[in-house]
Design a protein around this ligand. Structure first.
Ligand SMILES: Cc1ncc(COP(=O)(O)O)c(C=O)c1O
Length: 397
């Protein structure tokens, strides 16, 4: 049984703040600052270039990949960390499309995160106009998976509403139709149990700065199924994905398995922070996280619906159909969220009218949920959001 009191103690949460935005950026793990300092002084400072060998820097992308792999049901040795999620989306898509050379359609849905769609557009502009990015409504994805589709590019949990796709069902249908699957786990990794191997997913990508608490700009990860690991071509053929980087060959030969999905020099300082953050997960069972996440989310929905009649639930009511976030619609949602933040309850806003709240059992409990409901109720009842100051849009919402 996961000890959530122990995991909560592992994070720095500012006094008096209720943090319901771990679905955007996780909090600072207490051990991360010292770990980063050690990497800077005892590793970089004392070892300089020899740190690549002496301090295990070169193995970090694969080592951290395996630590994440445990949380997403990946086979050991099939996840690697590096770059940003947008880059990993591009890389997975370029590799996947090559595995289905006779087909021309990439299928995604209108609930996907725009960067995934933009990356697909960018790739298509390189591949040629016979390729198509086809977008359907999230509820129509299953029916749209036909033998015309080359690749599905689906984000499992919708960043706005928290609606969750059924990975096993969609992947099975894709395979029955000869389609290669890519799953974006940005809002799944560390949020709910994921079983990539069990679902027979082909590719998966995700970020580490949300539920995995790796820090702002923490590197992304990519998974390639053992079925494709030695045949998928990475497209972004950087030297550290080469079979033998230090041979400095003039031609590219992809490395063995997941190593070929590495691109360039890994960001070691940022990876040190991620490594420290992953310590918090060592004794965590994702099934326990899911149970707690549903309890906390259901409690929040019930409390908000009882106190805030102007807010409309935007997330599925059925917890099994949601990820680990809850969203409400409100026309003045931006101002209401600003008022909430001014009262030290942190969530965020997604256009046009979504107020978004993340539930992260590692460091959130019932007392946080109840306090957030009480404060939100007061803000809505007394229209505390209705001021020019709270309506002024900032760059990051
Ligand atoms: C589902 C999804 N895909 C892709 C991205 C883009 O990630 P990055 O900015 O790390 O490239 C995000 C960012 O939040 C996301 O939520």
């Amino acid at each position: 049984m996961t000890d959530f009191t122990a995991t909560r103690a592992a994070f720095h949460l500012p006094e008096g703040m209720i943090y319901l935005d771990g679905n955007s950026l996780g909090p600072l793990p207490n051990s991360a600052a010292a770990r980063v300092a050690q990497t800077m002084t005892a590793e970089w400072g004392d070892h300089l270039i020899t740190g690549w060998n002496a301090c295990g820097w070169m193995d970090m992308p694969a080592r951290l990949g395996d630590r994440i792999g445990r949380l997403i049901g990946a086979e050991p040795g099939h996840v690697v960390v590096g770059d940003t999620l947008s880059i990993k989306v591009f890389q997975a898509l370029a590799a996947a499309i090559k595995l289905n050379p006779d087909r021309r359609v990439i299928l995604s849905d209108t609930g996907n995160f725009p960067s995934d769609l933009y990356m697909a557009e960018g790739l298509i502009s390189l591949l040629g106009s016979e390729y198509e990015l086809r977008l359907v409504a999230p509820e129509d994805v299953e029916a749209a998976i036909t033998d015309e589709i080359a690749v599905t590019l689906i984000t499992e949990v919708d960043y706005r509403t928290g609606r969750k796709h059924d990975m096993a069902t969609l992947t099975a249908r894709a395979h029955a139709n000869g389609v290669v699957t890519i799953w974006d786990l940005a809002h799944s990794a560390g949020a709910l149990p994921v079983d990539l191997a069990g679902a027979k997913a082909d590719f998966a990508v995700g970020c580490t700065y949300k539920y995995l608490n790796g820090g702002p700009g923490a590197p992304a990860f990519i998974y390639v199924s053992p079925r494709h690991a030695d045949t998928a071509l990475p497209a972004l053929s950087g030297w550290l994905g080469h079979d033998s980087p230090f041979a400095f060959d003039l031609g590219y030969t992809p490395g063995a398995g997941i190593a070929r999905m590495r691109v360039g020099t890994p960001p070691i300082v940022q990876m040190a922070a991620l490594d420290a953050a992953l310590d918090a997960w060592d004794d965590v069972d994702m099934e326990d996280v899911r149970t707690r996440s549903i309890e906390l989310s259901d409690r929040f929905i019930a409390g908000v619906e009882a106190t805030c009649p102007d807010l409309t639930l935007a997330s599925p009511r059925d917890a099994t159909q949601r990820g680990s976030q809850v969203s409400f619609r409100f026309a003045d949602g931006y101002a209401a969220m600003q008022a909430l933040i001014a009262h030290k309850v942190i969530g965020d806003f997604r256009a046009p009218d979504i107020m978004r709240f993340g539930f992260t059992p590692l460091y959130i409990d019932e007392s946080d949920v109840d306090a957030a409901i009480e404060i939100l109720g007061r803000i809505m009842r007394d229209r505390l959001w209705d001021t020019p100051e709270f309506k002024q849009r900032k760059a990051v919402t």
